[in-house]
Design a binder for this molecule. Structure first.
Ligand SMILES: NC(=O)C1=CN([C@@H]2O[C@H](COP(=O)(O)OP(=O)(O)OC[C@H]3O[C@@H](n4cnc5c(N)ncnc54)[C@H](OP(=O)(O)O)[C@@H]3O)[C@@H](O)[C@H]2O)C=CC1
Ligand SMILES: O=C([O-])CC(=O)C(=O)O
Length: 414
């Protein structure tokens, strides 16, 4: 299966949004109840599709199928989330912001098991931002999702106002303002991330269509499932009604890894490293940019005089860190990935510190660096804290950096 197979025009216009609506929880500020919805509206199993369907990977679930299955939807509140109380009666919650809807796919997986608790704690959106978590799983993971919801319940997070569980992205993504697309097969030892495309690409075509049909029109999408740059491109191509700019491929983990290695070499704490760009793909061809990065505000090359180390050992260490970790753990990084997803979100919802920037895999149209149009490529970004970002203009290039970027660039457009 090629990328082109998965990025042809969507058929979401035939989907009737209202026809599949569940009786979703209505949260009013005056009176609300915490609720966990369990919705089992079936969807075609994407993994099964990979084997059974070879020519119709771009089909959205037909409206007829959605309506027929609607009767089977199950929706019920769960334990403590069924309590009803008056939010306005509570002094503390009166000043809270409007509830924000966040969808997480692969919610029963390793990364989500760390991330969900960070989101519910208020770490990402702040202490006055109530949150609804919409967890997407599959038939196979449904019981595990229930377990996740139970653990969220038992954590007593004041900001966590709703938890819903489903296996149909057309339901789970309804009106979401953030979609964290994690659910996808991880690689094992000895594999390249690109080797996952045949298995995972279809998931992101389907989820792009679902987002296009039912999500908030300004939804911010962070694609984590590998190969994440290609999957992000597949996803955005299947969601033409959502700005392409809103789609991100997670390269924040690479940025964090690069900062750690530079700090280690320079003998400083890692918060002294700034302006760290990862150019390109979340893959072994990525380019960690030590030319523009700074330590204590000073260019890295002035602090670390061993330029051979920067070009060779440092670069390779960052590029291959994920694979080395798999060799050690027997599975891919989960906790540090969850941290980096939270970091990536925080970077979009808080203003970027003056003079600094962060890396994200974003859509290249209109980029000022000469990177090919119409791909997803990690580049330096700044945000005003409104969820949006702009590309940083004042970066410098030397021959080494240009050559390295050109190499990824060729690979990206292959
Ligand atoms: N961009 C980045 O920086 C990083 C990306 N990753 C990627 O994130 C993804 C998720 O990783 P992680 O949470 O550790 O993985 P887990 O195996 O713990 O969970 C992945 C979830 O994905 C869903 N899934 C969908 N299709 C498949 C499939 N064919 N095989 C297995 N699971 C499938 C499953 O949930 P369900 O049954 O509910 O659908 C599963 O629970 C992987 O693709 C991994 O490579 C990992 C680290 C860093
Ligand atoms: O290496 C992997 O497959 C998981 C991953 O993306 C990472 O840890 O960077």
């Amino acid at each position: 299966m090629s990328v082109a197979d998965l990025t042809t025009s969507p058929v979401a216009s035939t989907y009737t949004k209202t026809s599949s609506r569940l009786p979703s929880p209505q949260l009013s500020l005056s009176s609300t109840r915490l609720s966990v919805h369990f919705s089992r509206s079936p969807r075609p199993n994407p993994r099964a599709q990979n084997f059974k369907i070879t020519c119709s990977v771009n089909q959205a679930p037909s409206p007829v199928a959605v309506q027929t299955e609607e009767a089977k939807n199950k929706s019920e509140c769960f334990g403590v989330f069924c309590q009803t109380y008056d939010l306005k009666a509570e002094e503390e919650t009166k000043s809270w912001k409007k509830l924000i809807n966040v969808a997480v796919s692969g919610a029963a997986g390793m990364i989500s098991n760390h991330l969900l608790f960070k989101l519910a704690s208020g770490e990402v959106f702040g202490p006055d931002q109530p949150i609804a978590l919409k967890l997407l799983g599959s038939e196979r993971s449904f019981q595990a999702l229930e377990g996740v919801a139970m653990e969220l319940e038992d954590s007593l997070y004041p900001l966590l106002r709703e938890v819903s569980i489903g296996i149909n992205p057309y339901e789970v993504f309804e009106d979401v303002e953030w979609a964290l697309l994690i659910g996808a097969k991880p690689r094992g030892p000895g594999m390249e991330r690109a080797g996952l495309l045949d298995i995972n690409g279809q998931i992101f075509a389907e989820q792009g269509k679902a987002l296009n049909a039912v999500a908030s029109r300004n939804v911010k999408v962070i694609v984590v499932g590998n190969p994440c740059n290609t999957n992000a491109l597949i996803c955005l191509k299947n969601a033409p009604n959502i700005p392409a700019k809103n789609f991100h491929a997670l390269t924040r983990l690479d940025e964090n890894r690069a900062k750690c290695q530079l700090a280690l070499k320079a003998g400083v704490f890692y918060d002294k490293v700034s302006n760290m760009t990862i150019w390109g793909n979340h893959s072994t061809t990525q380019v960690p940019d030590f030319l523009n990065a700074r330590i204590n505000g000073v260019p890295v090359k002035e602090v670390i005089k061993d330029h051979k180390w920067l070009e060779e050992e440092f670069t390779e260490k960052v590029q291959k860190r994920g694979g080395v970790l798999i060799q050690k753990w027997g599975r891919s990084s989960a906790a540090s990935t969850a941290v980096s997803i939270a970091d990536a979100m925080k970077s979009l919802v808080t203003p970027t510190p003056e003079g600094d920037w962060f890396s994200s895999g974003v859509y290249t149209n209109g980029n000022p660096y000469g990177i090919a149009q119409d791909i997803v490529f990690s580049m330096p970004c700044r945000s005003k804290g409104d969820g949006d970002y702009e590309l940083v203009k004042d970066v410098t290039f030397d021959e080494y950096l240009l050559k390295r970027i050109a190499k990824v660039h060729v690979l990206c457009t292959d």
